[in-house]
Design a protein around this ligand. Structure first.
Ligand code: FAD
Length: 410
């Protein structure tokens, strides 16, 4: 245990890996290196309670500084790893210093997908990935201001919900024909579009993306492809992310839409593991490889990597889940839809509490639960077990879901 483990990145996965290494009994040196100025923190509140001003930075931290000092975890913040040398087993920092490693854990996460449009560099135009991004957004986040959001994925819609509640005039522009199109069924998109419109948000789907931002030094207007001009005091762009694989790819590690790892988070180099958003990993429960952008995945892969390095390997195999908070609605998603042939609704969307079940034949493969925590929790088990359920029974709200789920599980 006199080994040195260097963790590249100090985000959610990195923070969990450091904790799990110590919990798993690793007593060697652990060095956490991140290019942001903050200890590992939770990003989900950035577009929710932190944006709304309801929680302070302190509450975002996964662990406070005392934890790292008490557990002898060296943390180097505002420090970038520019590259690593696999033969020498060293990382080179932007300070010019080098550090040797016995094992390297890559937890470099993902970064925002950038948009190429005129005026993108004007003041008041933002992406949202970090605490610092939100601090900048807060400057223009004032009641009465005109906010344009480009992209109607989770982050765009969460920002819309917070902004509308705060009294901004919100317009959401989306290229696809409906909101959250990549992940939810048309019925669920329609529900969220209705909720946002009722809250005063102007949602416009099917937009030609060829627009331009205009202003002197600060954004003032968005001119769309058809020439319409929309007033804009602030613009927030949320059009997805890309995995951060630059240093891994430069070092010759296998990358394919993420750093390629196995179920123990091992890369193509036996001394290097990778975890979290930056990985492309296998999932035996789903019989496929995938890349995920979720806290659950970051945490669980971090635990799997730490277990591997502590000498008690346990393969990572989890049904993915995710959540999004918009107004009084908690959307919880479990499983991966897309290969379904039928969507079954349970409950009435007008009640603001319902679930959409994605079926492949009579097998449940994914669920979107809106204010339905019980359906979400039990569905996790059903999906993991490959349970078969009659779609008609699922849709029948007169049958208690817990009875139905128990019957399907036994
Ligand atoms: P990250 O958290 O991105 O951390 C990676 C870190 O590594 C970053 O700090 C990065 O700057 C740093 N880094 C990269 N390269 C280097 C380098 N060469 N040297 C040093 N440091 C480097 N997930 C959910 O499950 N539910 C949600 O509701 C949800 N909401 C979200 C809302 C927002 C606004 C955002 C941005 C994300 C949200 N997510 C949510 C996604 C979730 O936060 C991510 O999946 C999770 O943070 C991934 O953790 P990670 O450690 O892999 O990557």
């Amino acid at each position: 245990m006199s080994e040195t483990i260097v963790i590249a990145g100090a985000g959610h996965a990195a923070g969990q890996a450091a904790v799990s290494l110590r919990q798993g009994g690793f007593s060697g040196r652990v060095v956490l290196i991140g290019d942001e100025p903050y200890l590992p923190y939770q990003r989900p509140p950035l577009s929710k309670k932190f944006l709304a001003g309801e929680v302070k930075i302190d509450r975002l931290l996964i662990r406070h500084d005392k934890f790292y000092s008490d557990h002898d975890i060296e943390v180097r913040l505002s420090t970038r790893i520019d590259e690593f040398d696999r033969n020498q087993q060293t990382v080179r920092l932007d300070t010019g210093k080098q550090l040797e490693y016995d094992r390297l854990i890559l937890a470099t996460g993902s970064r925002v997908r950038k948009i190429d449009m005129p005026g993108i560099d004007l003041d008041g135009v933002h992406y949202l990935r970090t605490i610092d991004d939100v601090v900048r957004i807060h400057e223009g986040f004032q009641p009465g201001n005109n906010l344009i959001i480009i992209g109607a994925g989770y982050i765009g819609l969460e920002v819309a919900a917070v902004a509308a509640t705060r009294g901004l005039n919100v317009t959401v522009l989306e290229m696809a024909d409906r909101v959250m199109m990549r992940v939810v069924a048309p019925e669920v998109s329609a529900f969220f579009e209705k909720v946002h419109r009722e809250a005063g948000v102007d949602i416009r789907c099917g937009r030609d993306p060829n627009s331009a931002l205009l202003g002197d030094s600060h954004v003032r207007t968005l001119r769309s492809a058809d020439g319409e001009e929309l007033p804009a005091d602030i613009v927030v762009i949320g059009i997805g992310i890309v995995p951060t694989t630059d240093i891994a790819a430069a070092a010759g590690l296998e990358c394919d839409d993420g750093i390629v790892v196995d179920e123990f988070c091992r890369t193509s180099d036996p001394h290097i593991l990778a975890i979290g958003d930056c990985t492309n990993h296998p999932n035996s429960l789903l019989s496929r490889r995938l890349r995920l952008e979720s806290v659950h995945n970051a945490q669980e892969q971090a635990k799997a990597a730490a277990a591997m390095l502590c000498g008690h390997p346990k393969p990572y195999a989890q049904i993915p889940w995710f959540w999004s908070d918009q107004y009084d609605l908690k959307l919880q998603i479990v499983g991966i839809s897309g290969t379904h042939d039928q969507v079954v609704l349970r409950g009435n969307p007008d009640s603001r509490s319902f679930a959409a079940f994605y079926m492949q034949g009579d097998q449940l493969i994914a669920v979107d639960a809106i204010n339905r925590p019980r359906e979400f929790m039990l569905s996790k088990k059903l999906i993991a077990q490959g349970a078969r359920v009659e779609p008609e029974i699922l849709a029948d709200s007169s049958i208690e879901f817990k009875d139905l789920a128990t019957a399907a599980l036994t």
